[in-house]
Design a protein around this ligand. Structure first.
Ligand code: HEC
Ligand code: HEC
Ligand code: HEC
Ligand code: HEC
Ligand code: HEC
Length: 376
């Protein structure tokens, strides 16, 4: 039993010592720009490039570092600054920290382990870069074809997190795996890394038949993605002075739950009955879709550090599954003084940012306005 428990630790140590000496020799991600400038410019704008160096992460990381100690805080870097984590370099100003989820990290992944999460990725730091193509390798660096680059398992080590109490905090990979997308051969990359035919894979080299894929990794922070992710339909039936409203929300394009990721992301549906005379609100219904986590006292957790560290159970989860259509029915009583009205439905994607003061971000995903004429 003891040996069984030790094994992962020994492997972890082996990887640590290997990388401690070798990572320093690795070309820095900045060198990739020299030849892969188009890809670099895309990546630079991604949340991967800013995964350490963004104010939201920094603020929560500091809270944990000073509140719970460095050992606990280090685990955050496993995904937010993986090169620093592997090199055991926790100097807040180091370049390994600043590079976040970098070119060098992803393209040094030689294989994965389905064991303890902290040793999920095996890196080859000899300066060979792994990728999706069978490139010739006359590039100034060695290349190695790896089918893993077209699979969701490459992303799973970071887009999945079960905390010490067994609560799934980030479940994007498992949500995808439980959907119809795997059997249809649709992986994370198909949606998050579309081909950009106008860009060049390497400057000053003639490389044929290899395409650049969008290294911006657009997700919930992109309005374009959000707008096409859902389909919103509203219909209204009149029944005396009652209006029976049916709203259909379809998660048509998102490969996982909507919303996915950190449980501070919410979808908010607002259905409003308005007077056609001056558009004023007569009555309104609001419904929230999210995963709600609670701590051991049963208190609902709203802040990100506690989601990772203190969540002991999933209190509720009414998010919309991939390809699922959620049907909601509401009834409005039309007051006597209203004769002309309309129904307005909006769906917003919301999350809060905790930097200094809490700030709420809300993005409209869909809207439908039904003019339903008059009632006597
Ligand atoms: C001196 C120019 C140069 C530099 C610097 C460079 N690359 Fe490349 N790279 C190329 C060229 C050219 C190709 C096209 C493949 C070929 O012909 O070998 C390529 C191909 C690749 C591939 C595709 C491999 C495959 O078969 O799928 C990856 C991944 C890659 N490079 C990653 C990197 C990373 C990461 C860095 C920075 C650490 C980097 N490269 C720095 C020139 C360069
Ligand atoms: C989060 C991991 C990740 C990061 C960070 C990353 N890549 Fe990639 N890269 C991939 C994956 C996955 C593919 C394969 C995409 C596909 O073909 O669908 C890829 C493909 C490539 C290719 C082949 C051509 C292409 O665009 O598909 C090159 C070259 C490359 N990356 C270079 C880079 C460079 C340079 C950087 C940093 C500026 C970088 N990558 C950052 C995961 C990553
Ligand atoms: C080393 C860990 C790591 C790997 C590997 C990784 N990611 Fe990420 N990813 C992150 C982190 C951390 C963030 C969030 C950064 C932040 O907001 O601070 C992120 C953010 C994202 C986002 C942006 C979400 C948004 O809110 O807009 C998308 C999309 C994404 N990743 C997709 C992928 C895909 C697809 C892959 C596999 C090809 C992948 N990631 C591999 C760590 C990783
Ligand atoms: C069928 C297309 C599709 C597939 C497959 C897919 N995604 Fe997404 N993803 C989307 C769309 C659309 C959004 C924006 C709406 C949303 O938040 O769900 C998104 C959002 C995200 C976000 C942002 C969540 C946030 O907090 O803002 C992350 C992270 C992400 N995806 C990662 C992944 C990973 C990792 C995989 C593979 C396991 C994957 N996605 C598979 C389409 C897809
Ligand atoms: C298993 C990988 C992993 C670990 C460990 C991890 N994160 Fe993250 N984190 C992510 C990913 C992936 C996202 C991207 C957003 C999403 O999926 O919703 C993210 C997003 C965030 C965000 C939201 C950023 C934004 O732009 O809104 C904050 C803040 C954050 N993480 C803080 C932390 C802290 C603090 C820790 C340590 C307790 C931590 N994370 C540990 C993977 C991880």
């Amino acid at each position: 039993m003891i040996l069984f428990r030790m094994a992962p630790i020994l492997i972890a140590l082996a990887i640590m010592t290997l990388t401690q000496t070798e990572v320093g020799k690795c070309e820095s991600y900045k060198d990739c720009r020299e030849c892969h400038s188009d890809i670099f410019d895309l990546w630079k704008n991604s949340l991967h490039a800013k995964s350490y160096d963004n104010p939201t992460f920094r603020a929560t990381f500091m809270t944990i570092k000073f509140g719970c100690g460095e050992e606990i805080a280090k685990d955050c870097l496993r995904c937010h600054a993986p090169m620093a984590y592997l090199a055991d370099d926790f100097d807040p100003g180091s370049s390994a920290m600043a590079e976040g989820v970098s070119c060098t990290f992803c393209h040094s992944i030689s294989s994965i382990n389905h064991g303890p999460v902290d040793t999920y990725y095996n890196l080859d730091t000899s300066g060979v870069y792994y990728g999706p193509y069978r490139a010739s390798g006359n590039a100034g660096h060695e290349v190695q074809y790896s089918p893993l680059f077209l699979k969701s398992e490459l992303c799973a080590g970071c887009h999945e997190y079960v905390n010490d109490f067994g609560v799934s905090v980030l479940g994007t990979y498992e949500e995808w795996k439980a959907s119809i997308y795997p059997e249809n051969g649709v992986y994370c990359q198909n949606c998050h890394m579309p081909i950009m035919p106008e860009l060049s894979i390497a400057d000053n080299y003639e490389v044929k038949n290899f395409y650049v894929t969008a290294h911006e990794f657009k997700g919930g922070h992109s309005n374009i993605n959000l707008a096409y992710a859902v389909n919103l339909e509203t219909s209204v039936k009149k029944n005396g002075r009652k209006l029976e409203v049916e709203v259909n929300i379809t998660n048509s394009e998102s490969g996982h739950m909507l919303p996915t990721g950190i449980p501070n992301r919410k979808l908010i549906l607002n259905v409003t009955l308005r007077s056609a005379y001056d558009s004023s609100e007569v009555s309104a219904i609001r419904k929230v879709y999210r995963k709600v986590l609670t701590d051991k006292y049963g208190t609902i957790i709203e802040n990100i550090p506690d989601m990772f560290l203190s969540a002991t159970s999933v209190y509720s989860d009414n998010r919309i599954g991939p390809k699922e259509t959620r049907v909601e029915q509401f009834t409005f009583d039309v007051p006597k003084w209203i004769s002309n009205y309309f129904i307005e439905t909006t769906l917003n994607y919301e999350y809060s940012r905790q930097i200094l003061a809490e700030e709420n971000i809300s993005i409209e995903m869909g809207k439908s306005v039904i003019h339903s004429g008059s009632i006597n």
